[in-house]
Design a protein around this ligand. Structure first.
Ligand code: GDP
Length: 509
């Protein structure tokens, strides 16, 4: 069954924890690339092709998520890249709605960091199961107990150590597999893992004691608890020195869930449903500056997709014949003939497809739960040439559709407000306004700090609230009412005063 052999996952981490290194190694051990070290280099080349992506290049980071596919022992892995830099976007969050599981990378010296935590919260929203990889055990780090306890406390998860580092930093003598008792040893000047494994190693006394304590003190691995998102298996290793990546691939193959039924209206869609269905979780513009095409990234949820098939976006538009879908094989885009549930296909289009769209053969289902996230940075858009108002509105609407930025039209006044979750998106917005829409605009501080979508069971309650707070009310791209708050504190204050109004930090599309 092709869909049961799919593992569609993402890596979540804080910048510098080692996500790029681990990605390279997973692709390498998965046989997708021949030389580790190619991801960043090739990535930079590829990005250089696109004008506005120069920003990414200058900063050496990636705004846009990509998809990497590799196969091992009959299992197809789809790794969806989530930009890990401080300046990330909604794409990062939304990518997590298209995966069935995630690998969380933690730096052994730093433990859980801010970005990891945010991304983890998004995983929790959808009960995405998590495998934890504590990286850089070849360096000085915190004690494994301290790290395990921190994961358990901060994320409120059961932890189950699967391996154990024998010494850290200069004492590092390898990683012990707790299930088999086998020890992987470092070799050579580089102190990397090159295949040297001891079956019944003599362990230093303190380490033997630690392991005994750990096995008695933490939960035993339970695949159901993991798949429910209640427990995380924890692997210790070093991506750089090749301790762990192969074990992670095995763990994903053995334990990570294959595609699951996806929440949808009128009823959830199971992967074995014969009809082809999927949803768009990301739209990328301008991959090739010669063409104004966009690529919609669709996660296939059911059926067997075949090239040339007609798919209809639910709720708007005519059927689209998908003649040149794109499948992603590590760095090389290949034209897909067939794809299965869990796979991602890129669909070239001229702006008809939007983030959150459901595509299907009969247009009678709609996937739910693809959220918008409350922006963390709000700015007022200042137009330099007032005759360009129309172009500006079109540009802001387009980019809101792509999920690059959010736009809010205040009830009072004409100062449009844009919202992003990462600083870099502001630069992307300005350079695209100029390059693609020929609109010269600036961004000014907005008198607001955050936004919440508001709703109420009883329309009268919502009206009472909006009437009294008109100066803080706006509409999003789709006309939904949004409350703009001066501070996060104000959100709490107002929410207390209006218990019948719901203030949501995410909105399902
Ligand atoms: P990202 O920002 O999460 O993608 O992190 P990178 O993969 O770029 O790694 C950040 C830095 O940590 C780089 O200098 C890596 O070489 C280094 N690094 C990654 N993994 C390890 C590891 O296991 N051990 C050591 N010592 N360094 C590592």
């Amino acid at each position: 069954m092709p869909s049961s052999s799919r593992r569609t996952f993402a890596i979540i981490s804080h910048p510098d924890a080692g996500k790029t290194t681990l990605t390279e190694k997973l692709l390498y051990f998965g046989g997708a690339i021949h030389l580790a070290g190619e991801v960043k280099a090739r990535g930079a080349n590829r990005r250089a092709r696109s004008d506005w992506m120069k920003i990414e290049q200058q900063r050496g980071i990636s705004v846009t998520s990509s998809v990497m596919t590799f196969e091992r022992e009959g299992v197809t892995f789809n790794l969806l890249d989530t930009p890990g830099h401080e300046d990330f976007s909604e794409d990062t969050y939304r990518t997590l709605t298209a995966v069935d599981s995630a690998v969380m990378v933690i730096d052994a010296a730093r433990g859980i960091e801010a970005q990891t935590r945010k991304l983890f919260e998004v995983c929790r929203l959808r009960s995405v199961p998590i495998i934890t990889f504590v990286n850089k055990v070849d360096r000085e780090g915190r004690s494994p107990f301290e790290l395990l306890d921190e994961i358990a406390d901060v994320l409120a998860l059961d932890v189950s150590p699967m391996s154990w580092p024998v010494g850290l930093g200069s004492d590092f003598q390898g990683v012990l597999d707790l299930a088999t008792g086998r020890l992987s040893r470092p070799e050579g000047d580089s102190r990397t893992f090159q295949g040297k494994v001891e079956d019944a190693p003599a362990l230093p006394e303190n380490i033997a004691e630690e392991i005994e304590l750990a096995q008695a003190g933490y939960a035993e691995f339970d695949v159901d608890a993991y798949r429910n998102g209640d427990l995380t298996p924890v692997y210790f290793g070093s991506a750089l020195k090749d301790f762990g990546p192969a074990e992670l691939i095995d763990a994903l193959a053995r334990h990570a869930p294959p595609p699951r039924p996806q929440p949808a209206e009128p009823a959830p869609i199971a992967p074995d449903n014969a009809e082809v269905t999927g949803f768009v979780f990301k739209v990328q513009a301008n991959m090739d500056p010669q063409h104004r095409d966009r690529i919609a990234f669709m996660r296939l949820c059911s059926g067997t997709f075949k090239r040339g098939m007609k798919l209809t976006p639910t709720g708007h538009g005519k059927p689209i014949a998908v003649h040149s879908p794109i499948l992603f094989f590590a760095q090389n885009r290949e034209v897909a003939d067939e794809a299965f549930p869990g796979d991602i296909i890129g669909i070239p289009n001229h702006g008809t497809l939007r983030v959150g769209d459901t595509l299907s053969e009969r247009a009678d289902v709609r996937f739910t739960g693809l959220p918008n996230f409350a922006p963390e940075i709000l700015r007022r858009v200042a137009l330099k040439d007032p005759t360009k108002t129309k172009q500006l509105r079109k540009a802001l609407d387009d980019m809101a559709e792509e999920g690059v930025t959010q736009v809010f039209y205040p009830e009072i006044g004409s100062n449009w407000i844009i919202g992003v979750v990462g600083q870099l998106q502001l630069e992307v917005l300005l350079s695209r306004l100029e390059a693609e829409y020929k609109v010269d605009a600036g961004l000014e501080p907005a008198p607001f700090d955050t936004a919440r979508w508001v709703s109420a069971e009883d329309a009268a309650d919502l009206k009472a609230f909006t009437d009294l707070n008109r100066s803080a009310m706006a509409r999003d791209r789709d006309g939904n009412p949004v409350f703009l708050a001066k501070t996060a504190w104000e959100v709490g204050y107002v929410a207390d005063r209006y218990p019948k109004v719901k203030f949501a930090a995410t909105r399902e599309r």
